[in-house]
Design a protein around this ligand. Structure first.
Ligand code: G1P
Ligand code: ZN
Length: 543
């Protein structure tokens, strides 16, 4: 076993995005690419010497190889200890929990989340801090700066470590503890939810289907839903994590989780359906014959969380990312809770959670979570839904109906234009930015603009500022359009257009969202010139 220093040169394009560094897998596998980035993480966090980190990933292609490299580099740079999920697997929320539970200095999560996996698909690496949450921009900026000046990295030359057996081993003086990836996480869930009530619900004939999409939640969902809560075998489907997610796109939305949607809209549909993404932090909730948008889901969870033991004392406050619909704001207002609006990306919730200002957060992109960890958490959302259903004994459709009647319905949809030429996408945003000041008072598709600005966020906890976080156009009566470019894509630019309108007339609360939003959709195209700039006449994905 030998510690060596390898000469290298900076590699371009290693700037972490909304959630860590994501690239095509073959790019990550290229000479020095992973190594340069990992060494830059060590530099960005002020060195890894003497530190203890958690390591795990979503099991996608290259997960196992990358783990070996990271362990050898951590040992070479003097890390004290690495806590690794068996077979280098950890869901993102489980990794966040482990960091917090063990009081480590942080962790490395290998994942490109909901992006497909495989040699021709995506891979990613993300650093989380000692609070269990994604590194803030100040740290990712330092990591990125280091990637630009790197001249060498340190690594130990050795055989692969056997990561398949739970226990402790040693690598060049560094301790490696291999842990069951599920146990601690499952124990945490048991402290938050009334498992007896959920067990009783499931024993009463209530049927559930959880689609793991061949990603990391398979073992978690099987252990918790089937083994602990008694859902019959077969309730968790696509439960075996595969390096290419079975060729699928592990993003829990009606497009990519179509198999589940079809089951839930069939005549003999189960009572409750859910899915999670590649690394287990996203969730999709669907009742028999009804899809619940993530924006509605977080609002329902906030309105009913007190029914679960972990939240029985009420919420401290709530937060949503800016493009997420304002359904949550309505609940917060009714309950007298503070409601924060943050930029896209879970990292912006971290300070609010750490400061005890909020208990529940959500993003329109199928992300929901609470202060139990510092990541969004797919299975947590599913369990909170089940806990609420177990207490209320209503169907998902009944719960939604009641919720809309009480708070009003925020129709919502996101239109994505993928793989757009980056220059064209930037031109669209630049042009729109230039005319924001003139928009108020103008009419588009029967809607009158009331406000138009570019979102900037001043963190109320540490005073840091994030600007250029998306363009917001508000209309009289409550409709809203938000436009921003994705920070997680790996090919060209993705333009995201978020559309929202408010309905308080109960007789108009059961329309198709695209139909209900037709005017807002038309206004978005006219105002932003989407077709003119991109040449696209329709979005690639509507969620
Ligand atoms: C997307 C979502 C965002 C989420 C992120 C990581 O980022 O929109 O809400 O936090 O993935 O899961 P985007 O590609 O829009 O930058
Ligand atoms: Zn994810």
């Amino acid at each position: 076993m030998q510690r060596i220093t390898v000469q290298t040169t900076p590699i371009e394009g290693q700037k972490p995005g909304t959630s860590g560094l994501r690239k095509k897998t073959h790019v990550f596998m290229g000479p020095h690419f992973l190594e340069n980035f990992i060494q830059s993480i060590w530099i960005g966090i002020g060195g890894v010497e003497g530190k203890t980190l958690v390591l795990g990933g979503d099991g996608r292609y290259f997960n196992d190889r990358a783990a070996q490299v990271i362990l050898r580099m951590a040992a070479a740079s003097g890390a004290r200890k690495m806590i690794v999920g068996r077979n280098a697997l950890l869901s993102t929320p489980a990794a966040s929990n482990l960091i917090r539970l063990r009081g480590t200095d942080g962790g490395i999560i290998m994942s490109a989340s909901h992006n497909p996996g495989g040699p021709d698909e995506d891979f990613g690496v993300k650093f989380n801090m000692s609070n269990g949450g994604p590194a803030p921009e100040e740290v990712t900026d330092r990591i990125f700066a280091a990637t630009g000046t790197l001249t060498a990295y340190d690594i130990v030359e050795t055989q692969d470590i056997d990561l398949s057996r739970i226990g402790t081993t040693n690598l060049a003086g560094m301790e490696i503890e291999i842990v069951d990836p599920v146990a601690d996480y499952a124990a945490l869930m048991e402290t938050l939810f009334d498992f007896d009530a959920i067990r009783a619900l499931l024993a009463s004939g209530f049927r559930l289907r959880f689609d793991s999409m061949h990603a990391v939640t398979g073992p978690y969902a099987t252990a918790i839903l089937q083994e602990k809560l008694g859902a019959p075998a077969g309730s968790v489907v696509n439960a075996e994590p595969l390096p290419d997610f079975g060729g699928g796109h592990p993003d829990p939305n009606p497009i990519w989780a179509k198999e589940l949607m079809d089951v839930m809209f069939a005549d003999d549909a189960p009572d409750f359906g859910a899915a999670s993404d590649g690394d287990g932090d996203r969730n999709m909730i669907v009742g028999r014959g009804i899809y619940v948008t993530p924006s509605d889901s977080v609002a329902v969870l906030a309105a009913n969380a007190h029914l679960a033991p972990g939240y029985s004392e009420g919420l401290k406050g709530v937060a949503r990312s800016m493009p997420t619909s304002r359904a949550l704001d309505r609940v917060a207002e009714a309950k007298g809770l503070d409601c924060y609006e943050t930029p896209t990306g879970w990292k912006f919730f971290g300070n609010l959670l750490d400061a005890g200002r909020v208990s529940i957060c959500g993003e329109e992109s199928a992300g929901t979570g609470s202060d139990h960890v510092r990541e969004k958490d797919g299975l947590w959302a599913v369990l909170l839904w089940l806990n609420i259903l177990a207490v209320k004994r209503q169907s998902v459709a009944e719960i939604m109906d009641e919720h809309w009647r009480e708070f009003g319905r925020n129709y919502y949809s996101r239109h994505d234009y993928e793989g757009v030429d980056a220059d064209k996408a930037n031109a669209l945003v630049d042009e729109l930015r230039g005319k924001l000041a003139d928009l108020p008072g103008q009419d588009f598709a029967r809607l009158t603009v009331e406000t138009a600005d570019e979102f900037a966020y001043d963190d109320p906890v540490d005073g840091s500022r994030a600007d250029k976080q998306g363009i917001r156009i508000g209309f009289k009566g409550g409709a809203r359009i938000v436009l921003r470019l994705s920070g997680t894509g790996t090919v060209g630019a993705t333009l995201r257009v978020y559309l929202e309108d408010v309905e308080s007339d109960p007789s108009r609360m059961h329309r198709d969202a695209q139909e209900a939003l037709a005017d807002v959709i038309a206004a978005a195209d006219t105002i932003a010139g989407i077709t003119r700039h991109t040449g696209r006449t329709a979005p690639d994905v509507k969620t």
